[in-house]
Design a protein around this ligand. Structure first.
Ligand SMILES: [Fe+2]
Ligand SMILES: [Fe+2]
Length: 188
């Protein structure tokens, strides 16, 4: 195996997701404008649901099949995803000018930090060790395709903002609508 990889693989994609979500949280916490906070929080929710569903659909099976403690690792990660979603469901309906909103963002930050730590220090290196590079590159392709099934949350002034609102819509129920769309439970 070459020690300098030229192709991006699924681990690169998921690690970039982690960085982007972590940065979005910092931007939310640095903002004092409720409208901007709401906007960034909806983007964060949208990106994290997309990331979780992609991991569950394509990375969990690889973990179960190839990692020595795969079932255990998947079980632990599933619990973290559920905890993240519970908190994001509160956040989607929280008033951005209220102190509770910031508490919830900090809670997402804490859970995400644990998630990132576990995956980037344990599961991701193990996947790189146990899976052939071609398989990691193939998984990158399917994960990227899976993430595209739901539209990304654009800036409200962006040309495709209307599409996002029509297909997904912000506010209460955002997490469920996105998850249904991404996991194919949505028929509309
Ligand atoms: Fe992750
Ligand atoms: Fe995860």
């Amino acid at each position: 195996m070459s020690d300098h990889r030229t192709d991006q693989d699924v681990i690169d994609v998921l690690t970039t997701d982690h960085r982007e979500a972590t940065e979005l949280i910092e931007q939310i916490l640095a903002s004092s404008d409720p409208e901007q906070r709401r906007d960034l929080a909806d983007s964060l929710i949208s990106e994290l649901v997309r990331h979780s569903v992609a991991e569950e659909m394509y990375v969990y099976p690889a973990m179960r099949d190839h990692l020595p403690n795969g079932d255990e690792a998947v079980e632990h990660d599933t619990q973290e995803h559920k905890e993240l979603e519970r908190t994001m469901k509160e956040l989607e309906g929280a008033e951005a000018s209220e102190p509770r909103f910031v508490e919830l963002v900090r809670e997402v930050q804490r859970i995400l930090a644990d998630h990132v730590e576990d995956e980037e220090t344990e599961q991701f290196p193990q996947l790189r060790t146990h899976l052939p590079q071609e398989e990691l590159v193939r998984l990158k392709t399917v994960v990227e395709a899976a993430k595209k099934i739901a539209p990304t949350r654009p800036h409200p002034a962006a040309p495709n903002a209307e599409l996002f609102h029509k297909v997904v819509g912000p506010g209460v129920g955002l997490v469920d609508r996105l998850r249904d769309k991404l996991s194919g439970r949505d028929t509309g």
